[in-house]
Design a protein around this ligand. Structure first.
Ligand SMILES: C[S@@+](CC[C@H](N)C(=O)[O-])C[C@H]1O[C@@H](n2cnc3c(N)ncnc32)[C@H](O)[C@@H]1O
Length: 285
């Protein structure tokens, strides 16, 4: 087949597969970015020893175990404690002092993967003597990742890197204060979990569940196409109170998005934004 024809057929097969998955299981990957989606589907073809994407349709529709594995492959869980330490430093210096002006603060950490980002945030809030006035909702659509997040046990081999990251955030203590060694893992202190609720939430299909003062959604939107990015950013704009903060990842910005006018930049380097008060009375703190 001519290369262009081949690409067209592959696109059609992909659309049929994603439509079938949505209608059978309710998981909506129809607006995931095409390049990374293609890599995931190639992985599936190799795993199932199949030649064409359309052959995946009966496999994934009829075999729940195969679908569960597909779901795991679709969820890229790469994460780190204090990932991009400079972001956490700016959170500490530019965002937390403003959050402290509210009596009680709700935080949504969307796409939290295995929880490292959430524990990093909890440590920061505790060091800033503010954690007891915070409630964190940590969500992801990958239940296996959420189970790891709830356990809060990470490989000891990663601790050196996590400590180095922590030390770059304007740290007020020692990272060793926040975990203890258990077998070959580092278990995060139970106290850090006291204000965290881990729960299933799918950004492609679920809606807003409360008014937030801060939303973190880092390294998630890159996997979505522009339509889905706009859907998710609309959710965040709706969920945040006036003056609330939105933190995106290093490669993700509000530029060209449907909500660009709703936010003012706080840090261009780390893509931190603040929802403006355009239609709300009040003075920024
Ligand atoms: C690369 S990780 C980012 C983890 C963390 N935020 C960080 O920056 O280190 C991307 C996460 O987004 C989650 N994700 C992808 N699509 C999602 C969706 N539709 N709804 C909720 N979470 C999703 C994946 O399961 C994965 O855990």
């Amino acid at each position: 087949m001519h290369r262009q024809e081949c690409e067209k057929t592959k696109r059609l097969e992909t659309e049929l597969l994603l439509e079938a998955i949505f209608r059978r299981y309710g998981y909506d990957f129809r607006h995931y970015a095409r390049a990374s989606l293609a890599r995931r589907l190639d992985m599936q073809l190799r795993r199932q020893k199949l030649a064409h994407i359309s052959e995946l349709i009966p496999v994934l529709l009829h075999d729940q175990a195969a679908f569960d594995l597909f779901l795991l492959d679709m969820s890229i869980t790469v994460t780190d404690m204090f990932r991009n330490p400079h972001f956490f430093q700016e959170l500490r210096e530019k965002v937390i002092p403003k959050l402290k002006t509210w009596p009680y603060v709700k935080i949504w950490c969307a796409g939290c993967a295995t929880g490292e980002e959430v524990y990093s945030l909890a440590i920061l809030l505790q060091e800033e003597k503010f954690y007891d006035r915070c409630q964190i909702y940590a969500t992801d659509y990958n239940n296996r990742s959420l189970a790891i997040a709830r356990d809060g046990i990470y490989g000891l081999d990663k601790i050196k890197n996590y400590t180095a990251n922590y030390n770059k955030t304007g740290a007020r203590g020692s990272f060793a204060d926040y975990y203890h060694a258990k077998y070959d893992g580092a278990k995060m202190n139970e106290g850090l979990k006291r204000n965290i609720v881990f729960s299933h939430h799918n950004l492609a299909t679920d809606s807003v569940f409360g008014e937030m003062n801060l939303i973190l959604c880092r390294n998630v939107l890159i996997y979505f196409d522009q339509d889905l990015q706009n859907r998710v950013l609309d959710l965040y704009a709706e969920s945040l109170c006036a003056g609330g903060f939105l933190c995106l990842g290093a490669k993700e910005s509000l530029q060209f998005s449907s909500v660009a006018d709703t936010f003012d930049p706080v840090s261009r380097k780390n893509n931190i934004y603040r929802k403006n008060y355009a239609r709300t009375e009040g003075v920024l703190g």
